[in-house]
Design a protein around this ligand. Structure first.
Ligand SMILES: [Zn+2]
Length: 509
């Protein structure tokens, strides 16, 4: 409200302010009034469902026209299923779902195609090898082309996050084509002390690394992780914070890496041995225990192994959420992708990949992300082979199609099962549902239309990332998105960007 210059907050019947909200209102000079006192003669369309406010709302829509009508498609609506229905959009919101065909300024014929909520990739990294601003432009272009309309992005620094939050509020609306949920990695006591201030800004997603990334991130000791969890527990209940945990046992990975000293890594199987499966299984077990015992929500990022699935089948509880990534579901050490596939945790052997699909069937896995880490083949040092290459790959542009190609046609996991893992589930976990993650009246009009028969060969330059390679380059993938609608605007169509003016924003919890 302060940012938009509004000076009066009207509380509806039964609504109360938290102490933090009351203090913030006082600080920004916002007057808090009760609904009854304000209703006469004042228009507050959001709070006032009868009287003058409603009259204003009706007048604005009196022409009965929608801005955009998506007709004839089969909608995939989480918790409802597959429904042949038309979607009416007004402004940047879904306004109606109907079997009628009301008039609209623009009509999209989705006959024979599937209409999905815009894809939420909860796990990206941006700006690791170049400026954040560059990748906000290039990688969100790739995202929107691939059907992704919201990204979760991990930030990792030792300084306070308050200036970063401020700068994201400017750079994301200026440069990004998708909305962003920032995740803040906890590194210092100062940051932990500031968590209530991050909450007051709507930022409630944090991260710790049980195992670091050499030269990029240090690992956090268990004691510090417990400290972060206890601090989360002290935040007001509305904050509902969540802690992402990179689950690998540092000591086991160090030991396994030492075993390879003096030998040259040649294959993805070799690389896999330096970060053994049991290092992930052990860390998942520790995370499940700590989050249950302390009573805070935890989110296992990028789970990759059969061992993790085995532990989760025993230990998963209602505060523990689990992510895997599209590359782990589509590729394994036998996929012939060589050093391009070098990643942390590693792309695993086929047995683990199939165990992840079983984890999806059994409901052990809640979300599918990418762990998108952008680099060119030169930055990755592909010429250095498996031994010399760095870990990471760009994968936003192929995220949706790679999951559908493998899931629908090889694993026979159907759309109604797969789509919630990429839409509703991350939206609920990170506190942006039902604004995001579904197609319902009032939801943001972020929609992707998929043609299950659209099959083509992946060429990196078509993906519009700043990177020059793709894990899937040269492969034929089927079930591409053919249109992405972001905030009611057709952002991409048939593999091309169609509206350069589409921009996203920071999503508050
Ligand atoms: Zn990551």
């Amino acid at each position: 409200m302060a940012r938009s210059g509004r000076k009066e907050l009207v509380l509806g019947e039964g609504e109360r302010l938290t102490d933090i909200a009351r203090q913030s209102a006082a600080r920004y000079g916002i007057k808090v009034v009760r609904y009854e006192a304000a209703s006469a003669g004042t228009t507050y369309p959001q709070a006032n469902r009868s009287g003058t406010g409603a009259a204003v709302a009706v007048a604005a829509f009196a022409d009965g026209m929608y801005d955009l009508l998506i007709k004839g498609g089969t909608c995939v609506i989480p918790e409802m299923g597959l429904i042949r229905t038309n979607v009416c959009i007004r402004g940047d919101k879904v306004a109606a779902i109907t079997s009628d065909t009301p008039p609209a300024r623009d009509v999209v014929d989705a006959s024979g195609k599937y209409v999905l909520p815009g894809i939420i990739d909860p796990h990206t990294h941006l700006g690791l090898f170049t400026g954040l601003e560059t990748e906000l432009e290039t990688e969100t272009r790739s995202a929107v082309l691939g059907g992704v309309t919201t990204i979760g992005t991990y930030f990792n620094q030792e300084e306070s996050y308050l200036p970063l939050i401020d700068s994201l509020r400017r750079s994301v609306p200026a440069l990004s084509r998708v909305d962003m949920i920032p995740h803040l990695s906890m590194r210092t006591d100062e940051q932990v002390a500031e968590m209530d201030r991050y909450s007051a800004q709507g930022m409630n997603s944090y991260k710790v690394y049980m195992c670091g990334v050499p030269g990029i991130y240090p690992n956090q000791e268990d004691g510090f992780i417990v400290k972060v969890m206890k601090r989360m527990k002290e935040l007001p209940p509305w904050a509902n914070p969540i802690l992402s945990v990179h689950c690998e046992n540092q000591s086991i990975c160090d030991y396994a890496t030492e075993e390879w000293q003096g030998r040259t890594l040649k294959t993805l199987d070799d690389w896999n041995e330096t970060h053994p499966n049991l290092a992930e299984g052990e860390a998942v077990q520790r995370t499940a225990y700590l989050s249950e015992e302390i009573g805070v929500r935890a989110y296992v990022v990028h789970s990759s192994t059969k061992e993790a699935m085995e532990r989760l089948s025993l230990l998963k509880h209602d505060k523990l959420y689990v992510e895997t990534t599209s590359p782990y579901l589509a590729l394994d050490t036998g996929s012939g992708i060589g050093a391009y596939g070098k990643m942390l945790p590693p792309i695993r052997e086929e047995e683990s990949r199939l165990a992840l699909w079983d984890g999806i069937r059994k409901g052990l896995i809640d979300t599918i992300g990418t762990d998108n880490t952008v680099m060119t083949s030169a930055e990755k040092n592909i010429s250095g082979g498996m031994h010399g290459a760095g870990a990471g790959y760009p994968t936003l542009g192929t995220h949706l199609v790679s999951v559908l190609n493998e899931g629908l046609f090889r694993q026979e996991v159907m759309l109604d099962k797969l789509v919630p893992l990429m839409t509703m589930n991350p939206a609920k976990i990170f506190g942006v549902y039902p604004r995001k993650g579904t197609i319902m009246p009032g939801s943001d009009a972020d929609i992707v239309i998929v043609d299950l028969n659209n099959e083509r060969t992946v060429r990196p330059r078509d993906l519009l990332s700043r990177s020059d390679f793709s894990l899937f380059q040269g492969s034929r993938l089927r079930a591409w998105p053919v249109m992405t609608i972001k905030g009611g605007r057709i952002a991409a169509q048939n593999g091309r960007i169609t509206d350069d003016g589409v921009r996203g924003k920071i999503l508050e919890h």
